[in-house]
Ligand binder design. Structure first.
Ligand code: F6P
Length: 321
C-alpha cells in the first residue's frame, strides 16, 4: 500500500491550481496517505524545497488565483543530470507517487520522471487549452471570463469614440482563447494560428461596416497569429476607424477561479489521487464530455497540440462578420 505522495505545480500558473492542490491534499489525507507539497515546481524537486501538507495547509486557498506552492519554468529538468537529481530527491523523500499540475512542458517533465521509475499522474493546467485528451484544461474558463470582461469594457469606450480595438490574447500556438472569447464577447474577428486570414479583406469589411454607421469593432488576435501592434498598424489607415491596441497578457492568468475551474480542479485532484492508489504508473486525467477519463501520459505528451473543435470554428465563422 502506497504511503507517501507528492504534488507540485509547474510552468505558467493558472486559476484553479489552488483548488486542485486542496483536492489532492484532502483526498490524499482522507485515503491515509502522507502528502508532500513541492515548492516552485520541478525547481523545488531539484533544490529539495518541500513541506508536509496538512488539511490546514490548504484551507482558505480555494478562492485564490495563482498557486500557493508557487511555480517555475525549470531549465535543469531538460538535462539528464537535472532529471536524475529530481528523481533521486523524490526517492530520498520516500515519495512513491507524484502528481504534476501544469501545461504541456510540465506534463512532459512528469513523464520523464516516470521513466526514472516513479509513478506520475498529470493534471492538465494551462490557460492555452492546447493539451490533447481533455476538453478543458484547468484555468481556461477563468481566463475566458477575464478576457470577456475586458472586451465588454473596451466595447463601451470603443463605441464612444468610433474606434476599433485590436485585442491580443495569450495561448502560444493555440487560438482557442481568441476564438472562444470572440464568440462569447461578440467580437468581429478572431485571428488564430490554426486558420489563414486575409488582412486586406478584413480591412475592406471593416471599412464597409464603418460606412454603414457601426460605432466600434473588436478584432481578437491570438498571440500565435501575430502581434496586435502590427495588425493595428496595418489596418489603421485602411478601415476608416481609429485603432487602439490592448495586449491582455498576464492579466488573463490571474483572479479568483470560476465555479467551473473550482469544480474541475476538485474533480481532477481527487481523480489523480485515486489513479495513483489504483497502482497506475503514468496517466493524465482529463475531462471528456462530462466524464473524468485517464489517458496514458506518454500519449498525452506526444500527440501535439489539441486541435480546436471544428464546430467551434464553424460557429465563429457564422457569428463573426
Ligand atoms: O502557457 C501559458 C502562457 O500564459 C502562454 O499563453 C504564454 O505564451 C506564456 O505562458 C507566457 O509565459 P511567461 O509567464 O513565462 O511569460
Amino acid at each position: 500500500m502506497m504511503k507517501r505522495i507528492a504534488v507540485l505545480t509547474s510552468g505558467g500558473d493558472c486559476s484553479g491550481m489552488n483548488a486542485t492542490l486542496r483536492a489532492v491534499v484532502r483526498a490524499g489525507l482522507g485515503s491515509g496517505l502522507e502528502v508532500i507539497g513541492i515548492q516552485k515546481g520541478f525547481q523545488g524537486l531539484i533544490d529539495r524545497l518541500y513541506e508536509t501538507m496538512t488539511t490546514r495547509s490548504v484551507s482558505n486557498i480555494l478562492q485564490r488565483g495563482g498557486t500557493f506552492l508557487q511555480s517555475a519554468r525549470c531549465k535543469e529538468m531538460r538535462t539528464e543530470s537535472g532529471l536524475r537529481l529530481a528523481s533521486e530527491n523524490l526517492k530520498g523523500m520516500g515519495v512513491e507517487g507524484l502528481i504534476v499540475i501544469g501545461g504541456d512542458g510540465s506534463l512532459k517533465g512528469g513523464y520523464a520522471i516516470h521513466q526514472q521509475g516513479i509513478p506520475v499522474i498529470g493534471i492538465p493546467a494551462s490557460i492555452d487549452n492546447d493539451i490533447p485528451f481533455t476538453d478543458f484544461s484547468l484555468g481556461v474558463d477563468t481566463a475566458l471570463n477575464n478576457i470577456i470582461r475586458a472586451v465588454d469594457n473596451l466595447k463601451d469606450t470603443a463605441s464612444s469614440h468610433d474606434r476599433a480595438f485590436v485585442v491580443e490574447t495569450m495561448g502560444r500556438n493555440c487560438g482557442y482563447l481568441a476564438v472562444a472569447s470572440a464568440i462569447a464577447a461578440g467580437a468581429e474577428y478572431s485571428l488564430i494560428p490554426e486558420e489563414p486570414y486575409d488582412l486586406a479583406q478584413i480591412c475592406a469589411d471593416l471599412r464597409k461596416r464603418y460606412q454603414e454607421g457601426r460605432s466600434n469593432s473588436i478584432i481578437m488576435v491570438a498571440e500565435g497569429a501575430g502581434k496586435a501592434e502590427d495588425i493595428a498598424n496595418h489596418i489603421k489607415d485602411r478601415i476608416g476607424f481609429e485603432t487602439r491596441v490592448i495586449v491582455l497578457g498576464h492579466y488573463q492568468r490571474g483572479g479568483s477561479p470560476s465555479v467551473f475551474d473550482r469544480l474541475l480542479g476538485a474533480r481532477f485532484g481527487q481523480a489523480a489521487v485515486e489513479c495513483l492508489l489504483a497502482g497506475n504508473g503514468s496517466k493524465m486525467v482529463g475531462l471528456q464530455g462530462s466524464e473524468i477519463l485517464m489517458t496514458e501520459l506518454k500519449l498525452a505528451t506526444t500527440s501535439g497540440i489539441r486541435p480546436i473543435n471544428p464546430m467551434l470554428l464553424k460557429l465563429a465563422n457564422q457569428l463573426l462578420i
